[in-house]
Design a protein around this ligand. Sequence first.
Ligand code: PGA
Length: 306
Amino acid sequence: MPRNTSNRTPGRVLLGVAAVATSTHLLAPGFTGPQGVSSRIGRTALGARRFFIGGNWKANGSPDSVKQLVEDLNAGKLEVDATKDVEVVCAPPFVYLSQVKDSLRKDYEVAAQNMWDKAPGAWTGETPAAMLNEIGVNWVILGHSERRENCGETSEVVAAKTKFAIENGLKTMPCIGEKLEERESGKTFDVLDEQMKPIAAALSGDDWDSVVLAYEPVWAIGTGKVATPDQAEEVHAYLRKWLADNVSQKVSDSVRILYGGSVNDANSEELGQKPNIDGFLVGGASLKGDSFTTIVNSAKAAMSSA
Ligand code: PGA
């Protein structure tokens, strides 16, 4: 495997975080920086870190606007093969899941934005995993920062939901990421460690085949303040090393790590060329068909940089 892990240059990469703060850097003690971590492996091969684009529609849309968005997505001209080169998954609000599932182009899949980790029953207002399965929804986003913040989902809850989802046949996008004050006080990696630990403890080896990890710095979500490619790559490389150290080398090599936070059609191509960025979880720009199509097409540049 073309992993370039030998002859590492121990060193510290001090990345400015100008968009957020100028006086902090990220590196955790002992972390040598992204240059020492895995290069991308076989991105062009089906199943092996295949580029991935998720669209998180959040709580947006009306029957008409959802219909229009689906039409725009269906008309989008792809320069990549969404059955092979890139995996595309759109996550509409629950009430539109069936509509979108039935009308969206078949080379795109559909995800829920949350899920209840119990069997169907007396759970007023909740949507158990089994119900998603039964309508052909195979993916679920879990632990988005908006749910952690507004609905009190802890990392333990997110880990339990991730395990339950996988056991019930769903593929998952657990989300992690630091807040602005955590980054500014140099705690980014500590925060990510704490968010990752319960997930790693809950999952066993094969479970990771059903995980696409989304790194979404909270300060970049919906703010227009995208992480620079180097900032994002630094964290992605850290997470990949964390997986190697705390789960396994196999999982570290194979799990896709998405970046999310103000990704748009103007910045996706550059971000996607970083070796440890395997795709995106897109919020605002996923509501515009043409922008989302351009973001999907950024997989082309990502593949050629592999
Ligand atoms: P954004 O949201 O692209 O609007 O910043 C990303 C997300 O919350 O998943």
